[in-house]
Design a protein around this ligand. Structure first.
Ligand SMILES: O=C(O)C1=C[C@@H](OP(=O)(O)O)[C@@H](O)[C@H](O)C1
Ligand SMILES: C=C(OP(=O)(O)O)C(=O)O
Length: 425
């Protein structure tokens, strides 16, 4: 499906509510499923990723009843025999969180994926499973594990994906002995590790840092059911926030002032760029202001990468985005994808390794000769929508349905800000 995004008028002005945090929602659903008893999870968005996790929970160890924007998850207290592979759709979080959980059964468990999911690295787990002589087989068709992980000492890289660390955090405390995770620095996306630990603590499971690279996970723990409300998503709020920083007139509601989400650094980045915004009870309200390029470390906020590349084009001067290598391991190679699409619009940017340099060139931007490509990546599609609205260009993007991975009604949500969206194909 293609979507043509353009301004409905000259004015960008309106209010948008941040959708629930996809990352926190994954965590709450899995902790609830592992707890014996009834948990009520409120403020849920049934994106494809969250639906994949809910489906897996129902397949493995819970009864799940979904409402309009909530779910009751009744953890069974035991694992069900698996009659079919677990379909993780395109969700890296779902797959990587579930692999160690599945290994609690000791049984053969197979996973399938879509899009690039089975091309994204699982090497960190593969090494650990091999070290414990457990079956770990991956192919383009899927991934199969068999055998039970044992408690003890784990050494794993901290800069491939924090999701491997989160996956072990979910499962190892349930084993009959203590475990220690020795993370090989640099530890990136660190905030996601503490997001996992915080949600686990809400459901009764504790862990602690022994030092900045060592996590201690006491064994013999149990998750306890609880009612949990998912907070607003800063990763998703970045899209209207960049639009607001450039054009003014945008107010974003639903964002918790205090949060563990690493992508909340977005507001600090925008403030350093010169963005003018105030935070009140009614939300974060942006006013138009001249913006200048800044130096950005993406190590702990990778999902901001695509939309910050758009921001850089609209700043005076140069924006340098560092430690962005892992953008190449997401739903697309986000560096290559954004370079190609922004250059097609006259954008001036280049990358070397994990460093992206974006040159302010707002006056040079133009509509491309043809259709832009969404690269089947929700954050690429949403970032290009921000480019269209920030510049007033009418941009047609293919793979627009990719937004369903994280924010299914994104195009409807931006219309009150002054967007017009036409679909085709
Ligand atoms: O744990 C999570 O919820 C996530 C971790 C991040 O991945 P990495 O840890 O691989 O950077 C992020 O890109 C992803 O969207 C969600
Ligand atoms: C990479 C993302 O999610 P996941 O790793 O869960 O697929 C994302 O939401 O940008």
């Amino acid at each position: 499906m293609t979507a043509t995004i353009k301004r409905a008028s000259d004015q960008i002005s309106g209010t948008i509510t941040a959708p629930p945090s996809k990352s926190m929602a994954h965590r709450a659903v899995l902790c609830a499923a592992l707890a014996e008893g009834r948990s009520h999870i409120t403020n849920l968005e049934f994106s494809k990723d969250i639906s994949a996790t809910l489906g897996a929970a129902a397949q493995l160890c819970a009864n799940v009843h979904t409402g309009r924007d909530d779910a009751v998850v009744e953890g069974l207290g035991h694992f069900l025999p698996l009659a079919a592979p677990v379909d993780c759709c395109e969700s890296g979080s779902t797959l990587r969180f579930l692999i160690p959980i599945a290994s609690l059964t000791g049984q053969e468990v197979s996973f399938t994926g879509r899009g690039r999911l089975m091309e994204r690295p699982q090497s960190v787990y593969e090494t650990l499973y091999r070290e414990q002589n457990l079956r770990f087989e991956q192919s383009s068709a899927g991934l199969t594990v068999e055998g039970a992980l044992t408690p003890g000492e784990y050494r794993l890289a901290g800069n491939v994906s924090s999701q491997f660390i989160s996956g072990l955090l979910f499962a190892l405390p349930l084993l009959s002995g203590d475990s220690t995770l020795h993370l090989i620095p640099p530890v990136e996306s660190r905030s996601y590790i503490d997001m996992t630990r915080a949600v686990q603590a809400a459901f009764g499971v504790q862990s602690r840092w022994l030092d900045e690279n060592t996590l201690f996970l006491p064994g013999n723990q149990h998750y306890h059911p609880c009612d949990y409300t998912v907070e607003g998503d800063y990763s998703q709020a970045a899209f209207p926030a960049v639009l607001g920083a450039v054009c003014g007139g945008v107010t974003i509601t639903g964002l918790a002032p205090e949060t563990l989400q690493g992508d909340a650094v977005l507001l600090d980045i925008l403030r350093r760029c010169g963005a003018q915004f105030t935070r009140t009870e009614s939300g974060v309200a942006f006013e138009k202001a001249p913006l200048h390029g800044v130096d950005i470390d993406l190590a702990d906020c990778p999902d901001l990468g695509p939309v910050l590349m758009v921001l850089g084009l609209l700043c005076e001067g140069t924006t340098v985005i560092r430690n962005a290598e892992r953008l190449r391991l997401k739903e697309s190679d986000r560096i290559a994808a954004m370079e190609a699409e922004l250059r097609a619009c006259g954008g001036v940017l280049e990358s070397e390794g994990g460093t992206i340099t974006v040159h302010g060139c707002a006056d040079k931007l133009h509509a491309p000769a043809g259709t832009l490509h969404g690269h089947n990546d929700h954050r690429v599609v949403m970032s290009l929508a921000v480019l269209a609205l920030s510049t007033g260009l009418a941009l047609t993007v293919d793979d627009a349905e990719a937004i369903t991975k994280s924010w299914p009604n994104f195009f409807d949500a931006i219309k009150p800000l002054g967007a017009e969206v036409e679909y085709a194909g």
